[in-house]
Design a protein around this ligand. Structure first.
Ligand SMILES: [Zn+2]
Length: 411
């Protein structure tokens, strides 16, 4: 998690238009495929595991004499070896290559991100310049990344290039912990210090009710035309319209929350703690928070956006089992009962609290106990001084709750 620097790899796939004739590029791709097949055949026929050195000795001169450059040759036998290995481990047959596709090392191309052009060095000292069809925004993202390899291929009558970029991610040492709880009405986030004080509490209303309204419309239409809705154009169109609204509403919201959460986490140097939705399914009961009619897809979408935006900012995201996080008393651990709509009460210790906030405290506690057990550095569990007041709290609605209960709860 921390310590070594993890590397992020991403591919940028684009259409590519050769400037001038495509003949040499075709020639290269055919030659590459045939050479790759030849090497695959040779490796397949020996049962020994071939070392890099052995591969080089067996194939290098041969490939260079066919017109390939030094790094073309290395890519070809390394690629062939990986193809054979994966076919063997899957118990499959010898790979037969039909597609025109070549892996090219960084020494054999020149990429210019400003003009979005790519120059490939081909066999027998030929070169080809390609114009890459993509948007400025997509390219902009990879500024400052290192590109190290690409795949050029011919597919469906077009040339495509996938360029592989990497960058090492310097994980920021977290100074705070942000727990994010998602439920039908709200997305709630709470930021805690490492010594268990609450710094911030924020809620975003979810558009679940809006989504549900569109869902109900779709269901009504489908019910009324239960046999025929697929075939009547106007009915299908009406259903599609509601589907499109649902998609727009949910993605808009997910992007917005993802961005806000990650921005706040960046500001407070937080590690982000989310609920592990897969565990939720294992736990069996989805509970009241998750409306059956809507399922989990919307929560997944929000989490996807949070994780994506966090990664863009080099922030760490971790997931904990959400079991009982919205039903257990954060103070004594007993099961809470519903006091009224959003308020829960503990019969044992008389604790009363808002359901969303309770969930974030429980997520925070789970994170702390998980990582104090694993002994992850960076999350020190300093015991807070008694009578210390929570500071920096915002939001009037939750203030009373924080002042009265929260502090003693989470300590
Ligand atoms: Zn209690």
């Amino acid at each position: 998690m921390r310590g070594e620097e993890p590397v992020v790899v991403e591919a940028l796939k684009m259409r590519a238009l050769p400037e001038g004739s495509c003949d040499r590029l075709f020639e290269f791709l055919r030659l590459y495929r045939d050479a790759l097949q030849m090497v695959v055949n040779r490796i397949w026929s020996t049962s020994d595991k071939l070392s890099k050195k052995k591969l080089h000795k067996l194939f290098y001169n041969n490939l260079v004499s066919m017109g390939f450059r030094a790094h073309h040759a290395k890519e070809i036998y390394a690629y062939a070896e990986s193809l054979v290995e994966s076919a063997r481990s899957n118990g499959g047959r010898k790979p037969v290559l039909r597609r025109l596709s070549a892996r090219i090392d960084k020494y054999d191309y020149r990429l210019d991100l400003d003009s979005t052009t790519l120059t490939l060095k081909l066999h027998s000292d030929y070169k080809v310049r390609l114009r890459l069809i993509t948007s400025k925004e997509r390219v902009e993202k990879f500024r400052g990344w290192e590109n190290y390899e690409l795949v050029v291929k011919y597919e469906d009558g077009k040339f495509w290039v996938s360029i592989y970029f990497k960058k090492s991610v310097k994980s920021l040492k977290p100074k705070t912990i942000m727990a994010v709880d998602l439920n039908f009405d709200n997305a709630t986030l709470a930021i805690f210090t490492l010594d268990s004080r609450l710094l911030r509490l924020k809620r975003f209303k979810t558009p679940h009710r809006k989504i549900l309204t569109h869902r109900i419309w779709v269901e009504r239409i489908q019910k009324r035309y239960s046999r025929s809705w697929r075939f009547i154009k106007s009915v299908k169109k009406a259903i599609d319209k509601h589907g499109k609204r649902i998609r727009n509403i949910s993605w808009d919201y997910a992007h917005k929350v993802g961005d806000l959460v990650a921005e706040l986490a960046l500001k407070h140097h937080s590690v982000i703690v989310l609920e592990d939705l897969e565990k939720l399914r294992e736990n069996g009961k989805k509970g009241k928070r998750f409306n059956k009619r809507l399922g989990l897809w919307f929560y997944r979408r929000i989490q996807f956006c949070i994780e994506y935006e966090a990664r863009e900012r080099n922030l760490e995201v971790t997931k904990v089992n959400p079991r009982k996080t919205s039903s257990k008393c954060p103070k004594c651990g007993k099961k809470l009962t519903e006091n009224n709509h959003r308020v829960l009460k503990c019969r044992k210790c008389n604790f009363i609290g808002d359901r969303d906030v309770i969930a974030t405290i429980n997520l925070y506690k789970k994170f702390i106990s998980k990582y104090s057990r694993c002994g992850v550095p960076g999350v020190a569990l300093n015991a807070p001084k008694p009578n210390e007041n929570p500071s920096g709290v915002q939001g009037k609605r939750d203030e009373a709750m924080i002042k009265n209960n929260l502090y003693e709860l989470i300590c």
